[in-house]
Ligand binder design. Sequence first.
Ligand code: 6GU
Length: 231
Amino acid sequence: MEIDVFTLFPEWFDWFTAQRHVRNALAGKVRFERVNFRDHTPLSGGQVDDTPFGGGAGMLLRVDVVDSALRAHYQLDPVELRAQRRVIALTPGGRLLDDELVDELAAEPALTLLCARYEGFDERIIEHFASDEVSIGRYVLSGGELAAMVLCDAVLRKLPGALGDASSSAEESFSSSLGGDPEYPHYTRPAEHRGWRVPEVLLSGHHERIAQWRRERSRERAQRLGGDAAD
Ligand code: 6GU
């Protein structure tokens, strides 16, 4: 998989790409590249943003700057690009990132992530260059970078070999093998701490009863969360 992140703050990703699970992914079949919009601006003085027409607070990322950066990187008109790969604008109002969308993105050969700062994107960037708008929650971050890292983290751990044990991502919270339910609770040693016992069934070695107990706990949690995943 190929992931390109376009940002004004490529150094924000230094920490992310230094983490072991990300480094492991990057040592394998994942290529992760950062592109600084500022390196491609056609405007003088490295300008990349501007004030909104009609007035209002803040600055917007300019459509001509994004056009130049995408065109320079892919040697292609960005209007054509989004027919060839997912070009995702990270916006607070976009499609909410959930397990289903993560699976969808993890199956893609290539992703392009566009991060804006300040007040956001000139709408024409979203309208003409992006194939998707994705949000990580209904609150506003100061830029798309943290959201891009959240998305990448969730996608990378779905890729084969990303986790020590390949089965551990198949049966985790919200995955289809749990019927979209949250995960069951986990316990490890000690079997008792301050009188708090691990559920006996987990110590029984009885695989069928353990599996049944886990399904039940999973369903219970789903119902407590509001149950929209359960039916
Ligand atoms: Cl993707 N971007 C920004 N700026 N804020 C957000 C977000 C994205 N998702 C939630 N809040």
